[in-house]
Design a protein around this ligand. Sequence first.
Ligand code: MN
Length: 346
Amino acid sequence: MLLVEDNEINQQVAREILEEAGVSVTIAGNGREALAVLEEMRFDGVLMDVQMPEMNGIEATRALRRADRFADLPVIAMTANAMAGDRERCLAAGMNDYVSKPIDPEELFRVLDLWVKTRDRAGGSHGAGVDSAILPVPANQAEAPAEERLRGLSGFDVEEALRRVRGNRELYGRLLRDLAREHGGDARAVNDALAGGDRELAHRLIHTLKGLAGNLSATRLHRAAGELDALVRDPSVGPEERRRALAVLEQRLEEAIATINAALPPLSELQPARKDAPLPADLAAEAAAKIRDAAELGDIGAIRALAESLPQDSRQVDELKRLAAGFDLDGLCRFADELEVQKTTR
Ligand code: MN
């Protein structure tokens, strides 16, 4: 299958689902890349995201249907439920069918069985040859976080999320950590985009976060992102209403990240051999000033964003994140002082 999807976490989840079913997967990051890959390789089918930069799924499908050799290539759209009208547009553009995002493996394989005829499959099967009911759960889960830890995540439908990744707890834990590590500043970034009048950027950020929350079954966060998504897409909605929805999103995001951090040990604990590099002097000085300013304003979001921008192989950065997570403003000021000293002694 050719998987056309711009969001890396969605790519990872879909790839995992397909590969565990024995389906080999090639990934393209947008419609333009997909058309280029289709020129080079043969595929039994295409799974096509709709919203993508450069060239979206609708445009890509129209373009490939213009070529005779792709007339029979099955193209399945992956659409978010809330996107009313998307599905009709997908079918009108020449896609064969659609599955909803976040991807439900059973639905996916049911649709693939309907459309995708595999080549070179032993036993004369003409379907995709995948029986989702008998797929094995991956055996190698040595680093899987303890099951009860995952089960305790409030605001998450862990059962559903584990079904989506076919019981792969290690993958689920990794994706949760990705959310905590990389999306903590999203509400602020949306706020900045809206303040700067860039509704498209705001929409893209929210859309990505919503997709991610859906994949992880972070149900409260997913709902909040969906509500804000709808408001940002509607030009008749006033800024006040958006601000309220954004505040809810920010809250849900903080809750989700706090829950993940409380339930799952940071990877640094799992990888004690990780090297510890002290921050370079100029970076330390700059960071100290920013931390002091932000701590005075009580702006924890700015400190989190700063921590993410620093080299991640430093225990100092871990400490900074820990202090920010605990809203320890005094501790942050002391930390800034230590960085300042480091500047003069190194
Ligand atoms: Mn997308």
